[in-house]
Each structure stands twice: as C-alpha cells, then as structure tokens.
Design a protein around this ligand. Structure first.
Ligand code: F6R
Length: 240
C-alpha cells in the first residue's frame, strides 16, 4: 500500500485528480470506479477543471459507482446518481449512457444486484476510487461484511446513518438501506485510490494501513490488494 500524506483537502484533491486524469489520458477507454461523499468532491472539481482547460476527454470512458441508497430515484437530490451528475458528469464530456450506478428504486433489488454484478464482470475497474467511513467501511460494506461479498442489499448501521444525516433535512429522512458493490467487486479493480481527510478518520486510517486484516474493519482488506494508493491529509494520517 502506497500512502501519500499531504497537507490538506485541497492537496489531496489535486493529487487524486492527477492520478485519475493520467489513467484516462493513457487509456481513453478506461473504466473508472467512482465514489460519492465529501471526500472525492474536490477531486471531481479538479477533474472538471482539467477537462475544461486541457481537454482531457471522457467520451469513451465507462464509470461504475460503488453504491446507491434504496428508495431514492435518480432525480432525488440526495441520491448518489444526482450527486454524480452534479459533481462530475455534467462538468465533463462522459456520455450519461456510459455511467452506471446500482438503481435504488428497482422493484426487484436482488435482480438489480445480479445485473450490477454482471456489469462489473464486463467492466473491470482500471481504478476504483474509495472514501473511508469513520467505522472503516468502504462502499457501504459495514463492519462484519464478508470479504467475499458481491453487490448486495445493506442495512446501514446507526453510525453511518448519523454520519450521513448532515446532508438530509432530518435524520428520519436518511434511507436505512443501500445497494453496494461488495468487497470482492472492489478488490477486483486493477488499482484502488483511497482519498481520506480529517481527524475523525484517523483511527480508521490506522486500521486500514496498519491494523489487523479483519472484516471488523472492512478497509483493512486493502492490505491484500497489490496496487492501492492512499492519499490522506495530515489529520487523517495523525495516528500512523
Ligand atoms: C460513498 C461511499 C462511502 C463513503 C464514506 C466516506 O459512495 O461508498 O463509503 O466513501 O462513507 O464518506 P465521506 O467522504 O462523506 O466522509
């Protein structure tokens, strides 16, 4: 695992965008595994800026996102589909038809998981972007999720519901379930890029990089992947 410690969120975002745009420049048909949440927003802003200023094109890129809330349609302003459109897709030239997320409003959620797993078999991620939960989750793979898991229906933990409630009008509006790529789908990526900042993530960063490899801290599984880069700010790295 390569750990790059930077000063702050801005430096983290610039560095992560540089890695991602390099991948796309070298391979215009790259498959990008993407994440939502606060951690990659700055990365996506830098990618959009690079697209505007340097013309890096995403016309042939395919994206696969980690997860989506159950019960929210793509036009709901808290859905991850909406997040991706607002924070990245509308600011680059990726055709929307090339962008993929699990559908949280599918009638048959198991069939939707099966569809997404088949899609991931077809489009292996050249790189998978990850944020890190304060409890060590990756995607919505909460502590205890088996390392062999594929896309599945998740009951969100109280700690994740609380972390995510800041984005909703009230905690009661936070969905209680999500569809998430499993740990096996994440580990199948050719490379993995983790962006993490802030003191509240320091214990999870320690567990991910130096802790015991255990489903109790899902990100610790990344120690077993041959090509992981972690970009973290000083605060997130403070326990390393
Ligand atoms: C997002 C995701 C989550 C977040 C994690 C960190 O698609 O799957 O695992 O990456 O909860 O969230 P932030 O970046 O908001 O601290």
């Amino acid at each position: 695992m390569k750990v790059i410690v930077v000063e702050n969120y801005e430096e983290m975002s610039a560095k992560a965008a540089e890695i991602l745009t390099d991948i796309v420049k070298k391979n215009p048909k790259a498959v990008l595994g993407l994440a939502t949440g606060s951690s990659p927003i700055g990365t996506y802003q830098n990618m959009a800026k690079d697209h505007r200023e340097n013309g890096t094109s995403y016309k042939e890129v395919v994206s696969v996102n980690l997860d989506e809330y159950v019960g929210l349609t793509a036009d709901h302003d808290q859905s991850y589909a909406y997040f991706m459109y607002e924070n990245l897709f509308k600011n680059i030239d990726i055709p929307l038809a090339n962008t993929n997320l699990p559908s949280g409003s599918a009638k048959d959620l198991q069939a939707e998981c099966d569809r997404y797993n088949a899609l991931l078999d077809e489009y292996q991620q050249d790189v998978q972007v990850l944020g890190l939960g304060s409890n060590g989750h990756i995607g919505f793979n909460e502590p205890g999720t088996p390392f062999g898991s594929t896309t599945h229906l998740v009951d969100l933990t109280e700690s994740t519901i609380k972390d995510n409630s800041r984005l909703f009008a009230s905690i009661d509006e936070v969905p209680r379930q999500a569809l998430s790529m499993g740990i096996k789908n994440i580990m199948n990526a050719k490379s993995i890029l983790v962006v993490v900042s802030g003191k509240n993530k320091a214990a999870a960063v320690y567990g991910m990089v130096k802790g015991e490899i255990t489903p109790n801290l899902p990100a610790s599984v990344l120690q077993l992947h041959p090509a992981v880069t972690v970009i973290c700010d000083k605060d997130a790295a403070s326990l390393l």
